[in-house]
Design a protein around this ligand. Structure first.
Ligand code: NAP
Ligand code: HSE
Length: 428
């Protein structure tokens, strides 16, 4: 087999890592696929920009079509990001019979079914392992490793930037804005970090994971997402005192034909393995009906971990090329599922209230919970932080999301409650 030629779209954080691995691991790669793998052309926005890697300038182009329509190129590796042009370029690459490897979760969460359908029609591979949880091979694990099981729950810390921020806030008392800036400098955050901190990046990844895990069609709009911008140092410190860590968790659950997928800051019991996943690390906890509990852990973002997954996908494509079996991935979305309603989504909750500090207030609070059939697991009144009222921390037993919303509505009307400071889902 002649050497396999890659057209690399993007030479930023991930693209640079791809070049380093393809060049640095050449012998290992060649031993696995019995052919050499070569990066033939590279797309960038600005050819004159200074790069932190030595690149033959003749390989750089600003014209995606020069790469995609080059008959010598076998595999397109898309690590430029975005949705509009990336989609157009990938569809054209497939039209030209080229295989595609991408790290683009935005694109796969929104247009994955269309791209995968086109790939099958054209007999091409589209692999996207790096799109979720950077260096953790979770996509292949869900498709192949759990093919014999029925997955009931997937819980993931799937955004490295927010886990990095929450960890630094928890362990060092660092300020949110300072740590976000650090995460950007380290290449973890998206070009616009709003999608990281507001939970959209994690929602996109959970769309991909739940579709694969439940073998069902899950749309991004089915995933409710809340980010970490409202998480306070006070919440984090109270959580720790009670034996919890605050984590941005993606939670996907399936019961028969009902599913729910959400992303929210969650208080996780410190004894749960996912609570000790810190820094830029990601983890995906998978509970299968037969296998029970499993968890996968590794770096979720950054140049080399992400590039490892990208190049592993390239190796998978080349192995398929050798066997002549590209484009033969089975259709995995065969289960027909419905979204759970808020009455059907159950969990425990943490609530921090600022209330009037006088006789009878606790009884009024308890009456609201009782009248709405929400059972309280524990109540704590930390020593008064100021003279204007008291803080109350309540942890409920498992209740429906709808019942908890009714409790919040009642507290908003109750004069004794001065402020609902925070409400968190509780796991573990
Ligand atoms: P990045 O550092 O911003 O790099 C993007 C690269 O693409 C740059 O080289 C840029 O060219 C080029 N580019 C962007 N738009 C272009 C256009 N319209 N035409 C030509 N070139 C264009 O991005 P990244 O962090 O490497 O992320 C790339 C992809 O991987 C994204 O989809 C991201 O979500 C995903 N991802 C990233 C990570 C991570 O840790 N960073 C992890 C997993 C997945 P210039 O260099 O000339 O500006
Ligand atoms: N911005 C993403 C993160 C990159 O922080 O997890 C990896 O997808």
């Amino acid at each position: 087999m002649k050497s396999v030629k890659i057209g690399l779209l993007g030479l930023g954080t991930v693209g640079t890592g791809v070049v380093r691995i393809v060049e640095g691991h050449q012998e290992d790669l060649a031993n696995q696929v019995a052919t050499s793998i070569e990066i033939a052309k590279i797309l960038v926005k600005d050819r004159t920009k200074a790069r932190n890697i030595a690149i033959d300038a003749a390989k750089l182009t600003e014209d995606p079509w020069e790469i995609v329509r080059d008959p010598n190129i076998d595999i397109i590796v898309e690590v430029m990001g975005g949705i509009g042009q990336s989609k157009e370029v990938i569809l054209e690459a497939l039209e030209q019979g080229k295989h595609v490897v991408t790290a683009n979760k935005d694109l796969m969460a929104l247009h994955g079914p269309e791209i995968l359908t086109k790939a099958r029609e054209k007999g091409c591979d589209v692999f996207y392992e790096a799109s979720v949880a950077g260096g953790i091979p979770i996509i292949r694990t869900l498709i192949e490793g759990f093919s014999s099981d029925r997955i009931k729950k997937i819980m993931g810390i799937v955004n490295g930037t927010t886990n990095y921020i929450l960890t630094k806030m928890s362990q060092e008392g660092a300020a949110y804005a300072d740590v976000l800036k650090e995460a950007q400098e380290l290449g973890y955050a998206e070009a616009d970090p709003t999608s990281d901190v507001e939970g959209l990046d994690a929602a996109r990844k959970m769309t991909i994971l739940s579709s694969l895990g439940f073998r069902s069609k899950v749309d991004l709009e089915d995933v409710t997402a809340k980010g970490i911008s409202a998480v306070t140092q006070e919440d984090i410190q109270y959580a720790k005192k009670l034996g919890y860590e605050v984590k941005l968790l993606g939670i996907a659950e399936r019961q028969d034909d009902l599913i729910s997928v959400s992303v929210q800051p969650t208080m996780v019991k410190q004894s749960h393995p996912i609570a000790s996943v810190n820094g830029v690390f990601n983890a995906v906890y998978v509970h299968g009906e037969a296998v029970g509990e499993t968890m996968f852990y590794g770096a979720g973002a950054g140049e080399m971990p992400t590039a490892t997954s990208v190049v592993a996908d390239v190796v998978a494509v080349v192995k398929n090329m050798k066997l002549g079996v590209n484009g033969r991935q089975a259709h995995v979305s065969y289960n027909v599922t419905k979204q759970k309603t808020d009455e059907q989504i159950a969990s425990k909750y943490f609530m921090l209230l600022h209330v009037e500090d006088r006789a009878g207030v606790l009884a009024q609070i308890a009456q609201v919970f009782s009248s709405l059939d929400v059972s309280i697991e524990s109540v704590m009144q930390p020593s008064a932080p100021n003279r204007s009222g008291a803080e109350l921390i309540i942890i409920t037993h498992s209740t429906s999301k709808a019942a908890m919303n009714r409790v919040i509505d009642e507290f908003e009307k109750l004069a004794a409650v001065q402020k609902i400071k925070s409400v968190y889902r509780v796991e573990g």
